[in-house]
Design a protein around this ligand. Structure first.
Ligand SMILES: Cc1cc2nc3c(=O)[nH]c(=O)nc-3n(C[C@H](O)[C@H](O)[C@H](O)COP(=O)(O)O)c2cc1C
Length: 182
């Protein structure tokens, strides 16, 4: 790893489904991180309480906030449900508004759905509100995701894999630039 530091990435899927296509996108993305990059896949989305404006949040909320804070960058892969951002992901993001974990945080955002334009646009607005560090190069909309996967649940479409690879490369570049300026 350049710069001699350990890079830690937190990956969050906006889907709780066991055969999630967004989990498959994360699995594909993981293969493009350089050796030595540590990717942690967050598995607590379904255990978070519903957002409430309270001063003593539960251990699950503290754990989410700590994991985002400690990550050098966050990769989010989300589907679109009912023309919007899945409620479980939106709930997790709402827990970070006042505590500010996403402020200046390097972010890669992939929306993988049948269409996905609405959720992707909404997520871009949300992460602008949260002041995350994302650029057009670190965002990707994958429409018709199911047609880009095999029956084993892997992303196999070459163009899609190439686009995921490019997002990961730009994301790593953002993190390295951020580290240089620290
Ligand atoms: C409850 C539900 C609602 C959906 N609504 C939309 C939608 O509004 N727009 C869209 O593009 N896809 C929609 N889809 C299709 C999903 O985006 C698609 O199946 C995607 O692969 C799901 O991601 P996942 O496998 O990671 O859960 C919906 C799927 C489900 C299960």
């Amino acid at each position: 790893m350049q710069g001699g530091y350990q890079m830690n990435i937190l990956a969050i899927s906006g889907s709780l489904r066991s055969n999630s296509s967004n989990n498959a996108v994360i699995n594909a993305a993981v293969t493009y991180f350089p050796p030595g990059v540590n990717v942690t896949i967050y598995d607590g989305l379904g255990r978070l309480p519903h957002f409430n404006d309270i001063s003593d949040p539960s251990p699950e909320v503290i754990d989410l906030r700590n994991k985002i804070r400690q990550a050098d960058g966050v990769l989010i892969c989300s589907p679109e449900y009912a023309f919007g951002v899945p409620g479980s992901l939106k709930n997790a993001l709402d827990w970070t508004v006042s505590s500010g974990e996403f402020v200046n945080k390097p972010l890669a955002l992939v929306t993988a759905a049948t269409g996905g334009q609405n959720a992707h646009a909404a997520l871009l607005l949300i992460f602008t509100a949260l002041s995350a560090n994302l650029t057009p190069d670190t965002t990707l909309l994958i429409s018709f995701i199911r047609t880009k996967m095999n029956t084993a649940g892997e992303v196999i479409d070459p163009t899609t894999l190439d686009n995921i690879h490019k997002v990961v490369a730009a994301f790593i570049g953002t993190i390295e630039n951020t580290k240089k300026n620290e």
